[in-house]
Design a protein around this ligand. Structure first.
Ligand SMILES: C[S@@+](CC[C@H](N)C(=O)[O-])C[C@H]1O[C@@H](n2cnc3c(N)ncnc32)[C@H](O)[C@@H]1O
Length: 211
């Protein structure tokens, strides 16, 4: 990130609500105990997810890719009192870290962390989805969208992370992973069932609303 953009992010974070004490601890633990702490949503994106959740007031949220739990805890902010969040993580070590944070949170009775491959877990879910956060293996984004779209109610919000892939999607020559993400963005744009807006927050967030 260049210096002026970094300054803008620092300013935005300084003037954005949160993070809670628990989220700050999750971020610190993630830096101490994981090899890729940059995967964590962090303050600005986490607050944005929390704001979207407060606006949506969802009853049911699905998260694909828990990591250490930062985004799951952020997404719970707008959950209705009867609401539930299911988050799926296939790395048992990361899931254990997330579970520690979840148990310390006010949402511990509303979050279900499932350890497993999201591709196998999602087809077993029977709930109607109000919000979905797609943040796992990037090459499977098109599949995740196909697996969740019919489970989403009209007006549901699907959020996909990393859709700019460090800005590489805008480059003419794309490596394999970048091309996959570019193809996902194009697939969503061409799908008449949804409307999409891509925001250059952090690594790019796509907001996809089911009509
Ligand atoms: C970018 S991280 C998630 C970050 C987290 N959502 C946050 O914002 O703090 C992606 C996570 O997805 C997990 N993952 C990758 N492929 C998966 C799969 N097929 N099923 C479930 N989890 C998967 C990885 O182990 C990793 O912890």
């Amino acid at each position: 990130m260049d210096t002026s953009l970094q300054n803008i992010y620092t300013y935005c974070e300084a003037h954005t609500f949160g993070p809670t004490e628990l989220l700050t601890k999750v971020e610190r633990t993630t830096h101490l105990k994981t090899l890729a702490p940059r995967m964590l949503s962090g303050h600005l994106q986490g607050s944005f997810l929390g704001m979207l959740s407060m606006l949506m007031k969802p009853n049911f949220i699905l998260e694909i890719g828990t990591f250490t739990g930062y985004s799951a805890l952020s997404l719970c902010k707008g959950l209705s009192s009867e609401g539930k969040l299911i988050t799926i993580e296939y790395d048992a070590e990361m899931a254990a870290l997330a579970e520690v944070a979840i148990q310390k949170s006010a949402y511990r009775n509303q979050i279900q962390l499932i350890i497993g491959d999201a591709k196998k877990v999602i087809p077993t879910l029977t709930e109607t989805l109000d919000m979905v956060f797609i943040d796992a293996d990037k090459e499977a984004y098109p599949l995740y969208f196909d697996l969740v779209i019919d489970k989403c109610r009209s007006g549901a919000l699907i959020i996909a992370d990393n859709v700019l892939w460090s800005g590489k999607v805008a480059e003419e020559i794309k490596d394999k992973k970048t091309a996959q993400i570019d193809a996902f963005n194009k697939k969503i744009l061409a799908d008449d069932r949804v409307e999409q807006v891509i925001l250059p927050i952090r690594d790019g967030l796509s907001l996809i609303r089911k009509k």
